[in-house]
Ligand binder design. Sequence first.
Ligand code: NAD
Length: 702
Amino acid sequence: MPCLYSAQNRIALLTLDGPPVNSLGLAMRESLMAGLQRAFADPAVDALVLTGANGLFTGGADITEFGKPAGMQAPNLHEIVAAIEASPKPVVAAINGTCMGGGTEVSLGCHYRVAAADAMIGLPEVKLGLLPGGGGTQRLPRAGGVELALKMILGGEPVKAAVLEEAGVLDAVFADAGFVEAACAFAREVVKAGVAAGAPHPRVRDMKIKMADPAPVFAAARADAARKFARFPAPQKCIDAIEAAVTLDIDAGLKREFELFMDLMRTPESAAQRHAFFAERAAGKVNGLPKDTRPRAVNSVAVIGAGTMGGGIALNFLNAGFAVTLVETTQAALERGVANIRKVIEGAVAKGTLTAEKAQARAALLKPTLDFAAIASSDLIIEAVFEEMSVKQSVFEKLDTHAKPGAILASNTSTLDLNRIAQFTQRPQDVIGLHFFSPAHVMKLLEVVRGAATANDVLATAMAIAKKIRKTAVVSGVCDGFIGNRMIEQYARQAMFLLEEGASVEAIDGAVEAFGMAMGPFRMGDLAGNDIGWAIRKRKRAEDPSLVVSRIPDLLCEAGRFGQKTGAGWYDYKPGDRAAHPSPWVAEMLATHRKASGVPQRAIDADEIVDRLILALVNEGAQLLDEGIAQRASDIDMVYLTGYGFPLWRGGPMFHAQQTGLGKVVERMRTFAANPLADSTFWTPAPLLERLAREGKTFDAA
Ligand code: NAD
């Protein structure tokens, strides 16, 4: 039984035990309800204590049941709470560790709540675009006040037991050691006191909210949520539900909460957020990797190259407590790199997010050196030198000489062939791609590039390390640009075709930013450096002279307009300011070019701009899936959500296409194919996409 039952000294102990997180799926709820009924009926039991096994109380609802009949099937959380509230025997929630969502709601239905000192308690539903639908929005404000409820329900972050004790939500906090015994002793005291007082045990539903003037508090919360979460409906509905706790009696409030919960369950935003939640978990699973693959031990790290990426990568590992050896070729480059790292660490101290003591300890973990031999004891070595095959070759040959046997040799290359890089060593099985995104200590995404020879345990180690440095790892096969950049190249190409046909830089950026992208293609180019794309285009044209690409971005780069770093790109910039200003120079350049090109000019509306850019991503994504470069469509979504500023509330490009309907997507692509500028292949639907559309299927069937 997932809910264990034992009775001793007139106390029934119910223990939620469903590894890994004791979630409250149907089987657990049935078993919990059976345990409650048994204890209520047993004359040898005076009180009940509810706790969790596996070091935690419960992770909450079983979200694989969301939207499925099992999620609502009796006994649901309301029925469990109702049974507890109706019990004449006191029920004590003994929160022994993490307690989330439905677990917190059940605890609020108990007569008493005690927690272990290290317990973390939260209502994270808002992160899935939902609200606590098991009474949390009605009982938490009654137990701990409206302000606390707003903070916990809108923030979604768990809080420490001490905070809830202070707010009166918890009756007591006990030390972690001997916690369950302490909770049982508490229950015995409660029985004694209850008998003496002759009064019923307290229920949160009977508590009154004391608040002189709630209106301004809710108005402020609404304004704040509108500012912070403009595109998400859940925060506003959370506020509506909490307000119902103030204005309605508990039963009407619970009814209102349920209606609002169901409204949210039907929103596309919640569907997207739930998709992203599952996508993140799925990304951690590597196809073909045996379950028992043991990762290699990684205690020390070396980074080769202290430039933009090397510095950020080193910081990542320092922040996670690893010793980092940083190797450069010249003293000046080394000093520059170290100074950049120090600046970020000191910045964190100045901002108050890091103590001076911790900053010092972190900086002390860094070992800068010009001596390549210093990597000899490193378990993981990450190369981040210039993007040139000859430079990579010389570095990997040196790594092969100096690295100890079994060390993992990783490359941060963005575009070069990892399989060739691996061949520069005598140990291609130890070589892997770890593609970080700039700024590497900030961006969540890490593309883990699996080479043809990469050993399983090297791959498993990379996935484990990603977790330690708090990255979202997505596995990619070897190809030019891997998942993210190969797709963005088609998006950028399409943006240039739009320019050729008469759309302005500002209109294109504005349209996709209104769609929700963090940045349009031109603002992004100016940030990353337009020269990077220029170099790639030159190489591509040399490889395939028939490739149709616009001349416009070359004209920009030939004028030295590389973006923010040169103070001018697609936009103009003022010194010391990152704000993008429309550029008369670019407008003039476009006018001259368009006159000479003879391409018919027309007004292009925002819908067409957005669809052409986003569907360019989708088609290339489908191609990557078909080629097996990406393991699953949701991995592609994770790449775009965590590395390219795709709006979370749309769930990623592949999910967006799926929600639109793959049939409609293909239809739209066919209308774009009539565009005289498109090269003969641009809008040819990827065979996989075409097949799924024809069969009326989704990417899940890929
Ligand atoms: P960068 O020019 O800022 O830094 C490269 C550093 O490597 C320089 O400091 C240089 O002195 C050093 N270096 C060169 N040869 C070396 C050698 N033999 N030994 C030790 N150090 C050496 O370049 P970057 O932008 O940090 O890019 C580094 C790598 O990361 C490239 O492969 C690039 O494609 C990739 N990358 C870059 C980005 C980005 O946005 N900049 C993003 C992802 C990946």
